[in-house]
Design a protein around this ligand. Structure first.
Ligand SMILES: Nc1ncnc2c1ncn2[C@@H]1O[C@H](COP(=O)(O)OP(=O)(O)OP(=O)(O)O)[C@@H](O)[C@H]1O
Length: 884
């Protein structure tokens, strides 16, 4: 350190932290110096001034103490990690030390409704990952282990699901650029390289035990030193290191297993537009079904949509609750009205433990706790709701303790406290005897001063006299200039103004000192009492979290019920089977903006694979997504857009549809398509739902058909997953005749005359033609091109340049053209030239009679009855006849 003084102190503190910026308290301001000042000024539009220190001049930018929070938030949201150094008194002046580092994952002062997860990711081997997700604003703390061949992809999917704002990769991952790149493609999280030791098995286990209790790991069946525990330990150490003091709000370690939830990989979540649309425009599923009235409810509903469940019991519980709320419209509206008053208790709990909750925050906690009995009465007072699982939800938190805490807050807090914490006015009368006495003395002293003016006026006959107070002069008696001479001797002049003179007296000064002393003492005592109260609330963090969670759950369920009623959704029958039976199903998002044509779907043990054909734009994709979304909603516990639905539970939903966003990233569409296909073929099981839209389209036709063909066979024969496959390759429709569980459906169009009308109705069987040229016309392609396309199409149709051939060998016809036929029996393409006669149907038809006769004799030879010599003679004879 070369510089001394305040800037020297700043620079030396800065050197000791790996944060990007340092905000250092200097009296009533947090100051940034040198390069930091320039950068912060630029980012936040602050004024830069100059600070001279030890003969040099440095840029300086500052924000008042009370305004640090919004500035910190803005800097952190722009990706900076900001260290904060606070000032404290020492015997010979002040000293400063870094008390916390604000980073994306540990920013508690957020106003965003979305969860802000901090993730730890540990890799033990290619097939074993441990993950921890902590939300410092609510104290949630989840861990999971992912094992198996596709562990990496699934670990990334988990990260996508929680969309962490900050990620701490373990020691084995930080060098793996491919992994880090995938992570940054899939999430917006900042990657932070936290110290390697924090991930060490022993240290991490120790820390996790310290946080959640010694026995927690074994009671939760978590392996000591396991990868998820290592991730958890690292996250805890990071939160501690950033100095936020929110660790106490992390009260519960929640392990979860992949088997609890329906697998729904990143691609599928994006394709189905669960929480965001692919183009950024329009509504996502969440945007459509979200009617929650609290931010915690909204967060939970979003989480539910991203995490459909596999447990019939849990789903039935949610359905029963939604069902009861659907039936009781008035009670539902009352419930939503009460919940609408609730504040985010989970976040309040974190702010209390962090020490950043002010009196208004505690009042909000109090008011929200007070809603609990109201909600319980409402549910208990309605038979239908009372017998539903809703009553279990409201009884889950410890209502008695909640009432006690609410009472304590009611008895302590003043109704309209000031925003600041050190000026008094926070605590209500009757809470603390010492404070009451102080307040009384303070009020008496103030009353004495208040009465001083009228008293002096009366005693000394002065008309223009008033007693007032300001910052520089303190209390004073102000007398009009004309009467200034008439004041008694006890008055001492302190200031002369244009029209008046200010005086003080010994008695007033004494009272003033008393008032100031009492004010200071009152401020201190109230602050102490407030901090005690806040600590008491912080100690009950887990109670607040429970109540907050119950409110969020009720809100999400009421939201699902509201949407179901408003949109005539029905309760699906759920069962453990392979059935999927949907009558008059609709797309939950498209139905909001379109006169939607409902469609059915039937899948069963014997019919598990649908090939969906139909013209472009007819509605194939919409139909398939609608099916996937209905299944997903059913496994969230929601009602579904249909007249009737029976859903056999699935263990995963996999989709392969357009790849808009990947295109924007400049990757080859076909490559992406094949990677996605590969993921599906690796991950899907017999119990999964697979949606394939146009697989193989991005490459040459033959390659495309071959891949589509082989994929169908593999899904049908090996994986046996429930599948919907939309294709423009009509050749594939022939598969229905050959693969037992494959059936064809098509989207019907009415093409009477020259016009094509999309009927949007799904019918059994394959479509007989495509309507691409018509869509080109609709899209405004110039007329000459459209009419020429029509001509070319007619020719191609007449000549049947590509068509399928079944095992019976029928199907192809025509003459004089090159034929490409697909032999269903062999699964191979054959190219046949009708004049060349090398192979295929056309060649057969053109054989001359002599050759035909030879072939017929050949086929009749019974090898067992012919000697080799005789056979050679006959072959020689046949050759002679054919070669002629
Ligand atoms: N059942 C329906 N009722 C009303 N409108 C529908 C229905 N199905 C689809 N649509 C509308 O039809 C349009 C085309 O649908 P979609 O994209 O599903 O067609 P597609 O057959 O998959 O097209 P392509 O083959 O070109 O990908 C969309 O705008 C959609 O909103």
């Amino acid at each position: 350190m070369t510089e001394g003084g305040i800037v020297g102190e700043f620079l030396s503190l800065k050197e000791g932290t790996d944060a990007d910026l340092l905000a250092m308290q200097c009296g009533d301001f947090y100051e940034f110096f040198a390069d930091d000042a320039e950068l912060v000024a630029e980012e936040l539009d602050l004024r830069v001034s100059k600070k001279s220190s030890h003969g040099s001049s440095y840029p300086m930018a500052g924000v008042p103490l009370s305004e640090l929070t919004p500035y910190l938030k803005a800097l952190v949201e722009r990706g900076y990690r900001v260290a904060v150094a606070d000032q404290y008194d020492t015997e010979d002046g002040h000293a400063r030390e870094i008390t916390r580092v604000a980073t994306p994952g540990t920013l508690i002062e957020t106003t965003e409704e979305d969860a802000r997860y901090l993730a730890g990711v540990v890799r033990v081997s290619d097939e074993c990952y441990g993950l921890a997700f902590a939300e410092v604003t609510t104290g949630r703390f989840l861990v999971t282990r992912i094992e198996g061949e596709d562990a990496e992809a699934r670990a990334i999917t988990e990260c996508y699901r929680y969309d962490p704002v900050e990620i701490l990769p373990g020691p084995d991952l930080r060098e793996d650029e491919d992994f880090l790149e995938s992570l940054s493609e899939r999430t917006d999280g900042e990657v932070t390289l936290h110290e390697k030791n924090a991930f060490a098995p022993g240290a991490a286990t120790h820390r996790t035990r310290e946080q959640f209790g010694r026995e927690t790991l074994s009671s939760l069946d978590l392996e000591t030193e396991g990868p998820e525990v290592r991730a958890a330990g690292a996250v805890l150490s990071y939160v501690e290191e950033t100095g936020l003091g929110v660790l106490p709000s992390m009260t519960r370690l929640q392990p979860y297993g992949a088997d609890d939830f329906v697998s729904c990989d990143v691609t599928t979540q994006r394709n189905l537009e669960l929480t965001e649309t692919m183009t950024g425009a329009g509504r996502s599923l969440f945007g459509t079904v979200d009617h929650t009235v609290t931010s915690a409810g909204g967060r939970l509903l979003k989480e539910w949509l991203g995490r459909p469940r596999r447990s019939l019991g849990e789903l039935h519980r949610r359905q029963d609750s939604v069902g009861a709320l659907c039936e009781r419209a008035l009670a539902r509206e009352d419930l939503r009205e009460i919940l609408g008053e609730a504040y985010d208790l989970e976040r309040l709990a974190s702010r209390a433990t962090h020490g950043s909750a002010d009196a208004h925050a505690l009042l909000r906690a109090r008011d929200t706790l007070a809603l609990l009995p109201e909600v319980a009465d409402l549910i208990g007072g309605d038979d239908r709701l009372a017998e539903s699982p809703l009553s279990g939800i409201i009884e889950r938190p410890d209502c008695e303790s909640a009432a006690t805490l609410e009472k304590a807050l009611r008895e302590a807090l003043a109704e309209e406290p000031p925003k600041t914490l050190r000026e008094g006015g926070l605590i209500t009368k009757g809470y603390d005897a010492e404070l009451d006495e102080l307040v009384e003395r303070h009020e008496n002293a103030l009353a004495w001063i208040e009465e001083l003016g009228p008293r002096e006026k009366a005693d000394h006959g002065i008309t223009h006299l008033q007693v007032d107070r300001n910052k520089t002069d303190g209390y004073y008696i102000q007398v009009g200039k004309s009467e200034a001479e008439a004041v008694p001797e006890t008055y001492r002049q302190v200031k002369t103004l244009k029209n008046s003179v200010r005086f003080t007296t010994d008695a007033l000064e004494e009272r003033e000192r008393e008032v100031l002393r009492l004010e200071e003492r009152r401020g201190e005592l109230e602050y102490e009492l407030f901090c005690e109260l806040r600590e008491r609330v912080a100690d009950r963090a887990s109670l607040l979290q429970d109540v907050g969670r119950a409110i969020a759950e009720l809100d999400s369920l009421a939201s699902l019920a509201t949407h179901a009623v408003e949109n005539r959704w029905v309760r699906p029958e759920l069962e453990e089977s392979r059935a999927l039976d949907i009558e008059a199903g609709r797309h939950p998002v498209v139905e909001q903006t379109t006169e939607f044509v409902p469609n059915d779907l039937q899948l069963s043990e014997s019919r598990g694979f649908l090939i969906v054909t139909g013209p472009n734009m007819s509605g194939k994709s919409t139909y398939m997504r609608q099916v996937a979304l209905i299944v997903l909603l059913a496994q969230v516990g929601s009602f579904v857009p249909a007249e009737y639905a029976k859903i056999g539970l699935v263990d995963g939903i996999y989709t392969r549809v357009g790849a808009l966003d990947e295109l924007a990233q400049g990757r080859s569409t076909f490559m992406v398509e094949m990677q996605e296909l590969s993921n599906i073929l690796h991950s899907a099981t017999e119990d999964s739902l697979v949606i394939l839209d146009e697989v193989g389209r991005g490459t040459a036709t033959y390659d495309g058909i071959s891949i589509a063909w082989a994929t169908t066979e593999y899904l049908h024969n090996e994986i046996r997953a429930k599948t919907l496959f939309a294709t423009h390759y009509h050749e594939l429709t022939a598969l229905a005749d050959h693969l037992e569980r494959v059936a064809n459906v098509h989207v019907a169009v009415d093409d009477e005359g020259n016009d094509v009308t999309f009927l949007r109705t799904i019918r059994e069987g394959p479509t007989n033609r495509s309507y691409g040229v018509h869509v080109a016309d609709l899209a405004g392609v110039p007329d000459p091109v459209v009419s020429r396309s029509d001509e070319v199409l007619e020719r191609l149709r007449a000549e049947k340049a590509i068509e399928a051939r079944g095992e019976d060998g029928g199907g192809a016809s025509g003459s004089g053209t090159q034929q490409v036929v697909f032999d269903v029996g062999s699964g191979q393409f054959e190219t046949a030239s009708t004049d060349g006669g090398s192979s295929g149907e056309e060649a057969d038809e053109q054989l001359d009679p002599e050759t035909e006769a030879v072939l017929s004799e050949l086929s009749e030879v019974e090898l067992a009855n012919v000697s080799p010599v005789e056979l050679m003679g006959r072959v020689q004879e046949w050759q002679g006849r054919v070669r002629r």
